[in-house]
Design a protein around this ligand. Structure first.
Ligand code: TMP
Length: 204
């Protein structure tokens, strides 16, 4: 089963990925966690280019293609072989991040972004996606706990960018039948229980 997590930066995805992984492993399942961009040695190199604040000259088209290139490698090198071995593959972000951030956020034509994603992901279509939703003011509150010098090239984006990304996620989620939207303002444990319930009731 291929499960992906989506949401704005600081929404709590990574915490939930860890909790779900422990839960599924305790149930005796083979589980592999990947993060996007990254997850293979080639993709991690691309990640460094993408998130490095020194690369402020990067055009949005370059950004989209680099995220997609990193993903194309990850799909073929790890995701598809793992799914063939019946693993649970859990990805901290996947192609909908590109649709939300580069499409809705940066303003690249959505149908073009989607077309590139189909090319990049091939047959690796998620079975289930959790969108952990938090308002933009909560992103700022959580981000403020970290030194501004540590924010990456995307995290330095302003409120309007994040509002567009959030609206984008809502549109993607409401037009899809494999999405579950979770309120990221609830407690970590509450969100985890919701996720476990969805997984246990899920049938492919
Ligand atoms: P992370 O903070 O969840 O590791 O993600 C890295 C950043 O990259 C985050 O700000 C979201 C952004 N991103 C995109 O803009 N497009 C994408 O396709 C992906 C996977 C991430």
């Amino acid at each position: 089963m291929f499960i992906t997590f989506e949401g704005l930066d600081f929404c709590g995805k990574s915490t939930q990925v860890k909790l779900l992984t422990s839960y599924l492993e305790a149930e005796g399942n083979g589980v592999e966690v990947i993060r996007e961009p990254g997850g293979t040695s080639i993709s991690e190199k691309v990640r460094n280019v993408l998130l490095d604040r020194a690369n402020e000259k990067m055009f949005m088209e370059t950004e989209l293609l680099l995220y997609s290139a990193s993903r194309a490698q990850l799909v073929r090198e790890r995701i598809i072989p793992l799914l063939k071995k019946d693993y649970y593959v859990i990805s901290d972000r996947f192609h909908d991040s590109s649709i939300a951030y580069q499409g809705y956020g940066r303003g690249i034509d959505i149908s073009r972004v989607k077309e590139i994603q189909l090319f990049a992901i091939g047959e690796a279509v998620p079975d289930l996606t959790f969108l952990i939703d938090i308002p933009v003011k909560e992103v700022n509150k959580r981000k403020a706990k970290f030194e501004p010098g540590t924010w990456d090239r995307i995290e330095v984006s302003g409120d309007q960018f994040y509002e567009r990304v959030r609206q984008g996620y809502f549109e993607i989620a409401t037009n899809s039948n494999h999405y579950k939207i979770l309120d990221g303002l609830n407690s970590i444990e509450h969100i985890h229980q919701e996720i476990v319930e969805v997984i246990n009731n899920f049938s492919i």
